[in-house]
Design a binder for this molecule. Structure first.
Ligand code: ZN
Ligand code: ZN
Length: 131
C-alpha cells in the first residue's frame, strides 16, 4: 500500500509505502497548537519508505523528551500546514501528520499519548494503549 499525504494547498507532498510503525494520537498542548485541533494524529514510518516531493518547505525546531529530542518540523511555505518531522533520537523514522493523508485512510490509532490532558468529550477508540 502506498499513501499520499499533502498540505492544504497541495504543493508539498509525500508518499509513504507500507503501514506505519506507530500510529497514535496525542493530547498534549503542543500537538493541539501544531494542528489547531483537539489532538494530534501522528503516523511514524521508516524513513527509507517515505519519498518527499520537492515542494517548498520551511522548518522549525522543538526540543525535549516529548519530541524525541530535537524535532524538526517541516511545513508548507505557502499554506503553513505541518506535513512531516524528524527526531534526533529516532533518526530512522519520519513522523507524518496523519490528517494529511488524502488517498488511503490509516487504521485507527494504536496509542493515546498525554491522555491525562485529553478533552473530556474526546472518546478513545476501544483497546487503545494509553500513555
Ligand atoms: Zn501548502
Ligand atoms: Zn503531543
Amino acid at each position: 500500500v502506498k499513501r499520499i499525504a499533502e498540505c492544504c494547498c497541495g504543493q508539498l507532498k509525500l508518499m509513504a509505502a507500507g503501514d506505519p510503525v506507530w500510529n497514535g494520537m496525542c493530547h498534549c498542548d503542543n500537538c493541539r497548537k501544531r494542528t489547531g485541533s483537539a489532538f494530534g494524529l501522528s503516523a511514524y514510518f521508516k524513513s527509507s519508505t517515505v519519498q518527499i516531493n520537492n515542494g517548498e518547505a520551511s522548518v522549525y525546531k522543538v526540543s525535549g523528551a516529548n519530541f524525541g529530542g530535537d524535532q524538526l518540523r517541516y511545513f508548507c511555505k505557502n499554506c503553513g500546514t505541518t506535513l512531516y518531522w524528524t527526531m534526533a533520537e529516532q533518526p530512522d523514522l519520519i513522523g507524518v501528520a496523519a490528517g494529511c493523508f488524502v488517498t488511503i485512510a490509516l487504521d485507527k490509532p494504536t496509542y493515546s499519548a498525554s491522555t491525562e490532558n485529553k478533552h473530556p468529550w474526546v472518546k478513545l477508540p476501544l483497546r487503545i494503549k494509553k500513555q
